[in-house]
Design a protein around this ligand. Structure first.
Ligand code: SF4
Length: 377
C-alpha cells in the first residue's frame, strides 16, 4: 500500500498550519482542543499458571501510553503485530478495562466512569474492526443491522437527521458509504470484503460519533479497494469533522491517511510526530527498521534504512533496559540497563532513544555490535 498517492488534504485534517510548538510532556503534543487525551495508559493481562508452577508474569500489552487526538484529525498508531496497538484502541473505548492511566473524551474523564454514565457517551465513540464479516451479524439483513443502533439509542444523534424516520436515516447511511439502496435488503454474505467494510462503516456512523477507532480497517482488503475505503474515510473527516485513531501495521496506509502518527514497540510509544516527518526522517532505530521493511516504489530509496532482525520479544518478559536493544543495530552499553526517557524535540516530534540524549552521546558512540566484533578480532 506504500505506492498510494500523497495524502489528500482532507485526510490530514486541516493543514500543516496546525503544526504546533511542543512543550507538553505527552508523547504527542497538541495546542488545539483535543477530542481524546490518553495519559499513561496501562493494560496488563494475567497469564494462568500451570498446576504446580508459580504464576507467570503478566503480559504487558500496553505499558504507559500517552497521546492526544485532535478534532477532525486522523491520528495513526503503527507497529508490528503484538505491539499492543489494538489493545490501546479497545482500552480507550473501555471494551476492555485499563489497569491505570486516564482517558479523557470530549473533556470528560471516562476512565472510571460508571457504566450507567458511560453508555450514553458510547454513541459518540465507535469502532471499525479489521474483519467486517466477523463484525456483522450474518443472520441480519443490512437494513435491520443499520437500524439496530438507531433503535437502541433513539436520542443519540445530534444533527438534523435525528428527527427523521429510522428507514430514512438508514437509507441515507447506506448512500453515504457508496452502496445502492437495494443493499439494505440483502445479507452480509452477499457482499464483497470492501462492500462489507462500507457497511461496517455505515453502522459506526449511525449514531453520529465524533470519534472512531479504526482498527486495521483496510488490512484484509485488496490494494485498490483499500484506496477506495481510505477515500471514504477521508471524506468523513471533511463532511462530518470526524476524528480517527487509525491503527495499522502498514506504514504506507498510515502515511496516506494520518496527519500525525505514533510508533509503538512492545506496549510503549517510541516515536511520534507528523507523519511525513516520521516516515521521511525516522529518528528511532525501530521506526527506521519499519521503513526498511515497507515496500517503496522508488528504487533509489531502497536500502536507505537498516532492516530489522529477530522476532518481537514476549511482552510478558520484555528485555531489560531499552526493550528494543536485542534487535537494535545502534544499541550501546546504556541501552542494556536503562529504558530511554521520552524526549520532546520540537515541531511536534518526540522520541524515546538514548541516541537523542545529549548526556549519553559518548556512551552511545560505541555500538555493542561493533565492540563485540572488535573483541573477537
Ligand atoms: Fe537502540 Fe539504544 Fe535507542 Fe533502544 S535506546 S532504540 S537500543 S539505540
Amino acid at each position: 500500500m506504500s505506492n498510494l498517492a500523497p495524502p489528500v488534504q482532507s485526510a490530514q485534517g486541516a493543514s500543516d498550519a496546525g503544526r504546533e510548538p511542543t512543550g507538553s510532556s505527552d508523547q504527542t503534543s497538541s495546542s488545539a482542543q483535543p477530542v481524546l487525551v490518553v495519559k499513561d495508559l496501562v493494560k496488563h493481562f494475567a497469564v494462568r499458571s500451570g498446576a504446580f508452577g508459580a504464576a507467570p508474569p503478566p503480559v504487558r500489552a500496553v505499558d504507559g501510553v500517552s497521546f492526544e487526538v485532535r478534532r477532525g484529525e486522523a491520528f495513526g498508531l503503527v507497529g508490528e503485530s503484538g505491539c499492543g496497538k489494538s489493545t490501546v484502541g479497545r482500552a480507550i473505548l473501555r471494551l476492555i478495562e485499563p489497569d491505570s492511566g486516564s482517558v479523557r473524551f470530549e473533556g470528560t474523564d471516562i476512565t472510571d466512569l460508571p457504566l450507567k454514565e458511560l453508555i450514553p457517551m458510547r454513541p459518540r465513540m465507535q469502532i471499525v474492526f479489521q474483519d467486517p464479516y466477523a463484525s456483522l451479524n450474518p443472520k441480519q439483513k443490512i437494513g435491520a443491522l443499520l437500524a439496530e443502533p438507531l433503535k437502541a439509542h433513539p436520542h443519540a444523534a445530534v444533527n438534523v437527521n435525528a428527527s427523521a424516520p429510522i428507514a430514512e436515516r438508514v437509507a441515507a447511511l447506506i448512500k453515504e458509504v457508496g452502496l445502492p439502496a437495494e443493499a439494505l435488503d440483502r445479507y452480509p454474505h452477499e457482499f464483497s470484503g470492501g462492500q462489507r467494510q462500507r457497511i461496517a462503516i455505515a453502522r459506526a456512523l449511525a449514531l453520529e460519533p465524533s470519534f472512531i477507532v479504526a482498527d486495521e480497517p483496510v488490512s484484509a482488503l485488496d490494494v485498490s479497494i483499500q484506496a477506495q475505503i481510505l477515500q471514504l474515510l477521508a471524506g468523513l473527516i471533511d463532511r462530518r469533522g470526524l476524528s480517527f485513531l487509525f491503527i495499522s501495521h502498514d506504514l504506507g496506509v498510515v502515511r496516506y491517511f494520518c496527519r500525525r502518527v505514533a510508533v509503538m514497540y512492545l506496549g510503549r510509544i517510541v516515536e511520534s510526530g507528523f507523519a511525513d516527518d516520521v516516515f521521511d526522517a525516522p529518528l528511532h532505530p525501530y521506526t527506521r527498521a519499519l521503513r526498511a521493511a515497507s515496500p517503496v516504489p522508488d528504487p533509489t530509496q531502497r536500502g536507505v534504512f537498516e532492516r530489522l532482525e529477530g522476532e518481537i520479544p514476549s511482552a510478558a518478559a520484555p528485555p531489560p533496559g531499552c526493550h528494543f536493544h536485542p534487535r537494535c543495530p545502534k544499541a550501546a552499553a546504556p541501552c542494556q540497563v536503562e529504558y530511554p526517557q521520552w524526549r520532546e524535540l520540537g515541531n511536534g516530534r518526540g522520541v524515546a532513544c538514548h541516541l537523542h540524549d545529549p548526556s549519553k552521546a559518548q556512551a552511545m558512540s560505541v555500538p555493542l555490535r561493533r565492540s563485540a566484533q572488535a573483541a573477537v578480532s
